[in-house]
Design a protein around this ligand. Sequence first.
Ligand code: GTP
Ligand code: MG
Length: 518
Amino acid sequence: MANSEYEYVKREFEFDRCLPPSNWIVVRIDGCHFHRFSKIHAFEKPNDENALRLMNACATAVLEKFPDIVFAYGVSDEYSFIFREETEFYHRRESKILSLCVSYFTSVYVMKWKYLFPNKELKEPPYFDARAVCYPNLKTIRDYLAWRQVDCHINNQYNTCFWMLVKSGKSEQEAQLALKGTFAKDKNELLAQQFQINYDDEPAMFRKGCSVYREKVETTVKIDDYGEPIKRPRLQVTVAHVDIIGPEFWENHQHILREGKILHWFVKKSGINHIFCPCNWIVVRINACQFDQLSTIHSFDKPNDETALRLMNESASLMMEQYPDIVFAYGFSNEYSFVFHEKSELYQRQESLILSSCSSYFTSLYMMKWQEFFPQKELMQTPRFEAEALCHPKLKIVCEYLSWRQAECHAGNQYNTCFWMLVKSGKSEKEAHEILKGTLSKDKNELLFQQFQMNYNNEPAMFRKGSCIYRQKVEELAGAEDCDNDTTRERWHVKVDHLDLGPGFWRKHPWIMANCTQ
Ligand code: GTP
Ligand code: MG
C-alpha cells in the first residue's frame, strides 16, 4: 500500500526472529499473577478442579486449532505446547507463534469461563505470558516433559500436605515449618498417619498433571445395508492424566513424537530469550487475526465500525492502566502499537514475555469489554491478536514509525471509503477495485467529491487519523474533606485523541515521551 517516506522504519528496523529448524519448539504459557487471580475467584486449594478443567478446555481448543502442535502438558496455571520438529508454522517466526498461541488460549479461557464457573463472575481479565524454547532431539524433549511432571508431583505433594495441615488448625507458618526438609516418603507418611490419606489415591489429574494429544479412535461413520456399523479410525484430541516420565506411554503412542526429516538449511536469524538492548524504545504492535471473519460474523459496519474501533480504544486505554511503562499507543482498524518508555524494565526486557503478555491481556480486555460495547451482539467467535515487538534506538525513529502507521491508516481508509462508496452505488467489488487501481490520493478525493459530493476531510477524524492514547495531566477539585481550602489536585488521565502525529503534535505534548508521569 502506501509507499511513504516513513516506510524505512519497517525495512530497517523490523526483523523476524525465526526459531532454528529441526528442533522441537515448546511454547510454555504461564498465568500472570494467578496467585491473586485464584484468590479473587476463590479457587479451591490446593487444586481447583474446575479451574484445571478450564485450562484443559483451552489446551484442547489450541490443539484443535493448530495441527502442528502434537502434544501439550499442563499443571496449575501453566501449559506447554509442543510443535512438531519440522513445523513450518508461520515460518517458525517466534513472535507469531507465541502471540497466536497465548492469545487464542486467553480467548478460549474468557469464552468458556461461564461454562465452568456458571455462578462466578469473571472479575478481572485473565492473562498469560509465553516463552519459546527449542529442543534438538527426542531425548531432550522427553526430558523436558519429565521435568514438568516431576515438578507437578513435588508441588502437588507439598501443597496437599500444606493445606491438610492448615485445614487441621495449623497456621501457614507452622505448616511450612512442619514440612521443611521433608522427603517425598516423609510427606506420604504424614498424610497417611495424620490424615489417613493414601497420596496415590488422590485424583490423577492433581498428581500427574494433564496431557493433551491426538488419540486414534474408531468412530461409526454409517450403518451398512446389513445394519452393521462402518467404522473409521480418526484422531481425536484427548486429555489424560498419565505418567509421561517412563517409556510406556511413549511406546504406546509413537505417532505423537515422531522424529522428522533432518533439514539442513541456512539459519538466517535464530535466537531465543532475546533481551532488548537497554535504552532502546520497545514498540509492541498487536493485530487481530482473521479480522475479516470476525467483522463479517458480527456484521461490523463497512469500511469503519465506530463501536468496534471504540472497543479497540477502550482495550488499549486499559492496557495503559495495567502497564505504566506504556507511554503512548496508536491504533486504527484492527491494530494497535504500544510504545514503552526507553527505560522500561518490564520482564527484564525479555522480548517473548513482553509481547506474549501484551497480546494475552489485550485479548482478555477486548473480550471482557465486548458486551458493554455490543450489548445486542453476542461474541460468536474467539478473537485473537498476534503481536510483534520492535526496538527503536532513537525517539525520532519511534515518531517516524508512528507517522508510518498513520500514513497506512490514511491510505487504507481513503481507499476503503472510495471502495465501499462505489460498491454501495451499485458497482461490483471487482469493478470498484479496477476503478481505484493506480489512483493517487488526490484522485480518490476527487472521485469522492465528484461522484458522491463527499469531502473526505469531513469524514470522522477517528477514521482518517486513527486513535492515539496518552496520559494528560488534569486538574480536579480535591476530595470533600479538602473542599474548604478550595484546592485542586493534579491527576494523570488516559486520553484518546485523533490527531496528526507530526512534529507539531510532539512539540505540543512534550511530556509524553519524556515520561514525566513517573
Ligand atoms: P507469575 O506467574 O509470576 O505472574 O505469578 P503467579 O502468581 O501466577 O505464580 P506462579 O505462576 O508461580 O504460580 C501459580 C499460582 O497460581 C499458584 O501459586 C497458586 O497460587 C495459583 N493457582 C494455580 N492453580 C490453582 C488452583 O487450582 N487453586 C488455587 N487455589 N490456586 C491455584
Ligand atoms: Mg503464573
